[in-house]
Design a binder for this molecule. Structure first.
Ligand code: H79
Length: 431
């Protein structure tokens, strides 16, 4: 997209820019970790017969020699990868955007790059004519879902990455790959990773490299949303903060943010990992994140054939089912931090325009009150429980709003109380 009149996308404010509007509204996206590591499905058997476990880090954590890793990649044949099915799973969850790994730390490109042969077309047993990123882009467009790509700066395969003398050669190849990605798949997000050096003493990436990369991406397409792992994760790096496997306790002021999290305990497919989070837990996490003006990027890891685990499909659908029940999803998409009330002990509260959505995790029992602490003056002009005919009274007692529902919870995950509010007009500023 071209910059709109009056908007300089190099210097705009991500909190208010039309460029990031869709991202700020969506609140819920799908992360996809799929790469050559998926071929191992989480288990590497060493020459001595012992088995080592890990997912997308298996090359490094299990010390797989490069020649063996390349042999494993040459067997990779994700023939069952079904873009329409994955997009339908995202849609069923109410996820509005997708971020897929184009290249993880292993350096393996999941598209037919012309920069090297370490890619899914040239180094696999897969159909040479297929391009799964193109398939995903087409399916996502068709479903009205935004499509973005993950790209790891850290690269375990390219020898020039770890050699300060030849690092500029690596950088040139990385820039060329990013141009391919932007030209061929028009990603709405570029999600960088692997820029840190605490775990990686030979990482030559600097804050300066990050600023340059950000400028480069903007020159390719100024509308792309970029995460903060482009540089050193300062609030000035990219557009969005990236808490990983955690949810900030309160709204974050310095930068837009998105919590990326897993459905079990791994990003890439791990056959032995059955520690799936419950749909209730996941739905409450989504509500909590939206109530603090964050986004939730929830991951799936397809198996070696490209199939998504049934446990993931089921949970995504359950999260969507909750949102579709009685229109409860309005507490999430387009909603954010309420501002006018503090987060209660019994749930979370989000706001969209002149409506507050109180998501009640612990229902008080018929006739018992739920209390909200007001942080600013406002009036409650109406209250109802979504999907229930019961009455809710809302009484102000100084800085407390006391809500008393007359019936039972509609839902064990979260029962939604919708409050209509009226905030005072700001006093006219003299001068
Ligand atoms: O792509 C996912 C991770 O692979 C990547 N970021 C998300 C989105 C990531 N790379 N590094 N880290 C996260 C942080 C480092 C984690 C480590 Fe470990 C702890 C490296 C070694 C111990 C976890 C356990 C990962 C490998 C083994």
């Amino acid at each position: 997209a071209e910059p709109g009149p009056g908007t300089n996308y190099a210097t705009d404010d991500p909190f208010t820019s039309p460029r990031t509007q869709w991202w700020r509204d969506d609140r819920f996206g799908m992360f996809i970790h799929f790469g050559a590591y998926s071929q191992l499905q989480g288990s590497y058997t060493r020459a001595d017969g012992t088995v080592c476990h890990d997912a997308e880090w298996i090359k490094r954590q299990c010390g797989v020699p490069m020649d063996q890793y390349e042999t494993i990649a040459s067997q990779f044949n994700p023939k069952d990868f079904d873009a329409a099915k994955i997009v339908a799973a995202a849609k069923s969850a109410g996820q509005k955007y997708i971020v897929q790994t184009a290249k993880h730390h292993e350096g393996y490109a999941m598209w037919p790059t012309r920069v090297n042969t370490w890619n899914l077309r040239d180094h696999s047993s897969f159909d040479r004519k297929r391009d799964i990123l193109a398939e995903m882009k087409t399916a996502a467009d068709k479903a009205g879902i935004a499509y973005g790509l993950y790209y790891s700066i850290w690269d375990w395969h390219d020898p020039d990455f770890a050699n300060p003398a030849t690092f500029p050669k690596y950088k040139a190849r990385m820039y060329a790959q990013l141009k391919e990605l932007v030209d061929n798949y028009h990603p709405k997000i570029l999600w960088f990773d692997g820029e840190w050096n605490t775990d990686n003493p030979v990482n030559n990436w600097s804050a300066r490299d990050g600023e340059e990369l950000q400028t480069y991406v903007r020159s390719l397409d100024p509308s792309i949303v970029i995460n903060n792992r482009v540089g050193k994760r300062r609030v000035t790096d990219g557009d969005t903060g990236t808490p990983e496997q955690e949810i900030p306790a309160a709204p974050v002021d310095g930068q837009l943010w998105e919590s990326c999290m897993t459905l079990n305990d791994h990003w890439g497919f791990a056959e032995y990992d059955h520690n799936w989070k419950s749909a209730e837990d996941l739905t409450r996490k989504l509500l909590s994140i939206a109530s603090r003006s964050g986004n939730y990027l929830l991951n799936i890891g397809p198996d070696r054939y490209g199939a998504v685990p049934a446990e993931s499909i089921d949970r995504l659908k359950a999260i969507g089912d909750w949102q579709r029940t009685a229109g409860q999803g309005r507490a999430i998409a387009g909603a954010g931090s309420p501002g006018v009330v503090a987060e209660p002990s019994w749930g979370v509260v989000s706001r969209k325009g002149d409506k507050l959505y109180a998501s009640v995790f612990q229902w008080p029992g018929a006739g018992k009150p739920l209390t909200l602490d007001a942080l600013a003056p406002f009036d409650v002009t109406g209250a109802r429980v979504l999907g229930s005919a019961q009455r809710v009274t809302a009484v102000r007692d100084r800085n407390k709003i006391v809500l008393t529902p007359s019936g039972s919870a509609t839902n064990p995950t979260a029962t939604e109380i919708e409050l209509s509010i009226r905030t005072p007009r700001p006093a006219a500023v003299a001068g």
